[in-house]
Ligand binder design. Structure first.
Ligand SMILES: NC(=O)c1ccc[n+]([C@@H]2O[C@H](COP(=O)([O-])OP(=O)(O)OC[C@H]3O[C@@H](n4cnc5c(N)ncnc54)[C@H](O)[C@@H]3O)[C@@H](O)[C@H]2O)c1
Length: 253
């Protein structure tokens, strides 16, 4: 219960799904958590569930000024910053012929620019804390192609290699800051529900999602959150620049 005791974490996208699960697990393991999300009602609800000393701070991850404010507020209110979980993200499922430039920019703005800005914003306070751990939510769609998701695949592929670049720079600079990417397959969250419910036959789509993984089911939020706690904790102190799939074996095929 004390795997990240006393560490301070920012979790973007913490109002829902995987981010919410990570915020809850990190708090259960002793971290002080800042839930950062553009959904103020949902984010505040999560923090009300978690109780003191956890905080909600409004953030649109595409705003560099927003990141500066949230990082400064975190350090002011909680004293330090050790962990960043970049879980905020959006998905649009359309093939290349139907994807507009506007779709492309929207997806890449949140999923790629947002993670870039986050990694950049936390280095100074993590250095001041003597080190840290950055965990970026990519996807299996950052490892393999998905015909109906060109913009999403591109954004998640960008997160995969951005992560390695940040990891190498931090290691070379002696910052004691690690950076890793996590690659889930279908996880049962509101994002996945939206995709399933948008399909012509939602029941069939859910079955297909369940069968996609050799383990024969969709993932649960805690399947990802347990890995994130490991990467956030000192147990993973020799792990950096890694890409770790949480996909029930999907990318082993
Ligand atoms: N659910 C899956 O099957 C799955 C699979 C692989 C990867 N992922 C990735 O995991 C992450 C979390 O996904 P989820 O399924 O929990 O989604 P979700 O829709 O349940 O939650 C996403 C959260 O991100 C927030 N958000 C979106 N845009 C934002 C912005 N500009 N600024 C701040 N917050 C913003 C939303 O308000 C929401 O709280 C995403 O990066 C997603 O791409 C999800």
């Amino acid at each position: 219960m004390h795997r990240v005791e006393g560490k301070v974490a920012i979790v973007t996208g913490g109002a829902s799904g995987i981010g919410r699960g990570c915020a809850r697990r990190l708090a259960a393991e002793g971290a002080h958590v800042v839930v950062a999300d553009r959904d103020e009602v949902g984010g505040q609800r999560v923090v009300d569930e978690l109780g003191t000393p956890h905080r909600f701070l409004a953030l649109d991850v595409t705003s560099e000024a927003g990141w500066k404010r949230v990082v400064a507020e975190t350090v002011k209110q909680l004293g330090r910053l050790d962990i960043l979980v970049n879980a905020a993200g959006i998905a649009i499922f359309k093939d290349i012929e139907r994807t507009t430039l506007e779709d492309w920019r929207l997806i890449n703005g949140v999923n790629s620019d947002g993670v870039f800005l986050g990694c950049k914003a936390v280095l100074v306070p993590m250095k001041a804390a003597g080190g840290g751990s950055i965990i970026n939510l990519s996807s299996v769609a950052g490892l393999i192609g998905v015909a109906d998701a060109p913009a999403y695949c591109a954004s998640k592929g960008a997160v995969r290699l951005l992560t390695k670049s940040v990891a190498l720079h931090a290691a070379r600079s002696g910052y004691n800051i690690r950076c890793n990417s996590v690659h889930p397959s279908f996880i049962d969250t509101p994002m996945c529900d939206a995709v399933i419910n948008g399909a012509p036959d939602p029941a069939k789509a859910r079955k297909a999602f369940e069968r996609a993984a050799p383990l024969g089911r969709m993932g649960q939020v805690d399947d990802v959150a347990h890995l994130v706690v490991y990467l956030a904790s000192d147990e993973s102190r020799f792990v950096t620049g890694a890409e770790i799939a949480v996909d029930g074996g999907l990318t082993a095929m």
